[in-house]
Design a binder for this molecule. Sequence first.
Ligand SMILES: Nc1ncnc2c1ncn2[C@@H]1O[C@H](COP(=O)(O)OP(=O)(O)OP(=O)(O)O)[C@@H](O)[C@H]1O
Length: 297
Amino acid sequence: MESVIEVEDLRQGYGSFEAVSGVSFAVARGELFALLGTNGAGKTTTLETVEGLRPGRAGSVRVLGSDPHRERRRIRARLGVMMQDGGLFPDLSVGETVRAWRGLVRGARTQREVLELSGLADRSGVRVRQLSGGQRRRLDLALALTGRPEIVFLDEPTTGMDPQARQEIWRIVRGLRDQGTTVVLTTHYLEEAEQLADRVAIMHSGRIRVAGTVAEVLARRGARVTFRPLPAAEPPVIGGVAPETGGGRVGYELVESVQDGLGELLRWASGNGIELAGLEVRGGSLEDVFLEIAEGV
Ligand SMILES: Nc1ncnc2c1ncn2[C@@H]1O[C@H](COP(=O)(O)OP(=O)(O)OP(=O)(O)O)[C@@H](O)[C@H]1O
């Protein structure tokens, strides 16, 4: 598959501080790639370098076959960027903002299309300063899409939004992907990545710690099996894993032996005439992986 973004061993920093310490990833055309991570992990720094806002300190970044910083003019019109803190003028109305933006973009969507994308067609005369935070983000997103970009960068597109506003952004982002647009986003919301992303990379302290499809990332987590303690019986070792007791439950973290371990537990229970009270089996979530990485496990 054609890679439209290739990042190899990228290093980036501020003064003597290194914020990104050797990050590598590639994004295929039409893919939705999410960068996740703890606060200060280096997501925005990575994204801004890939957008070409500044040159990397070391390593290589190619976007649509070009160096996004040195050859920015060559590819700029093919990229759409929605920054964390959009550069909107508070005194312009929504309509004026869209008109001004369209004037800067080649092959722009119509005024009406951009207003409809922003969901603000009926608020065209309202000043930007009067919009809610969520409405401003939607306007930012619509502006980023004005030139029908091939690649769209979204830095925390739904931060601070209520669930309904978030769903609306997700609908627009899914629409982009359906049209074959490549999307790279950063997010704090694991659910957002689970809902939208074809592939994710989880960053911590300037490095990518885990990357892959959501299914691949979750596969490194097993399942947690728990039940309520039994007064008369010592819980067995299953799948080679010893029981842990805490919070009023007996639990096992089964990674490679989920099915075998569960089978052993059920055979042990029925062999001893025991009913396992409150038995639960829960697969790993992206949140578990995230917390594990954030805790440096
Ligand atoms: N302009 C700057 N000058 C100095 N240090 C900076 C600057 N911008 C970011 N940093 C530092 O670089 C590190 C990475 O920041 P970055 O914003 O890339 O992380 P992030 O993963 O996007 O975080 P968040 O999720 O909190 O937005 C942090 O330690 C941050 O304090």
